[in-house]
Design a protein around this ligand. Sequence first.
Ligand code: ADP
Ligand code: GN1
Ligand code: MG
Length: 350
Amino acid sequence: MSKAEEIISRFSIPGKLVSMSVNKQGHINSTFISVFDDNGVIRKYTHQMINCAVFPHPDEVMENIVSVTEHIRKKTGKEASTLHVIMTTDGKPFLIDDEGMYWRTYSFIDNVQTYDKVPNEDIAYALGKGIGTFQSELSDFDSSRLHIVIPRFHDMRMRYGQLSEAVRRDTRNRLRYVQTELSYLMDNKERGERIWDMYEKGEIPARVTHNDTKINNVLFSSETGEAEAVIDLDTIMPGTILFDTGDMIRTACSTANEDERDTSLMEFSVPFYKALERGYLETASFLTEKERSLIKESGRTITQIMAVRFLTDYLAGDTYYKIAYDEHNLVRARTQIALMESMDRQWEDF
Ligand code: ADP
Ligand code: GN1
Ligand code: MG
């Protein structure tokens, strides 16, 4: 029995393991898909080794996920509308292997489509609707019940602090390659801090926030094209919903992948923005006037925080995000900056 098979056998899954494959879409966890045959009934599962460098308290991550998904399931009455945590044979939501790694299992949500980039306005609209629905389903969930699994996750000041530290250390001698990007980000620092500052001062309310609403964390029904489930709930915490509007705008309105090397292909799409916003506002009925007025700015802010984080990781030697080649984080930082510049060029049009 391979190590993965041995781990999977300790979750409460009926039937026989038929096959296993790897999913490489995320930047953080290690994800495997399994197929089980239970007396002729075929079921699929997602198994993940949680990245403990990013999430030092995986037990708290799982507690958050279990309580939020139970809330959504009760409200919608639909099994596939959210992640379903499969317990271990001794009734726990995670397993610790002999090397101290944490593993979890979800039912695989099938007949869905995922995208790294929005293909058309219909999908942008569906994404907006899906995120608005997700937030509405959790609008009566008391966010103070959630563990803060990564403190100050979207605190722009803290992220700039990490960037300055990475610049100071320059451990990989890469500073010389990033002068243009660094000066752009420094010039935009103050504007980028506004939303976090308003949140910290209590000018915008704390709500349950997903914190990672990028397009490939939403599963779309292959039949209807509608958003079926919002997944990757690791970072669910109290925050402002503007972090979530921001990340959906960042990933739904861009014309190129996050790691496109040719930045001239990265533009902000106003038609996608309009479709996304329409879907979102149809379902997110709980917003205050102030929140509504900041939606557009949130897209720029979250794009900026990603640029800062990718550049920081590049300078620090790629210790956080998974990379496929040496300059991967620099390429990602550059696309984010290109997206911000494209937004600014069209700012009056959306
Ligand atoms: P990461 O934190 O590394 O981004 P995710 O939880 O987002 O990990 O999972 C990575 C990818 O695996 C997702 O983008 C999605 O394509 C797929 N995936 C994860 N969980 C499920 C699930 N329950 N059903 C179907 N696909 C899933
Ligand atoms: C990471 O896990 P994944 O790939 O969905 C990251 C997000 C970033 C995103 C950028 C816990 O998301 O914050 O926005 O990469 N997740 C964590 O693509 O840091
Ligand atoms: Mg993900």
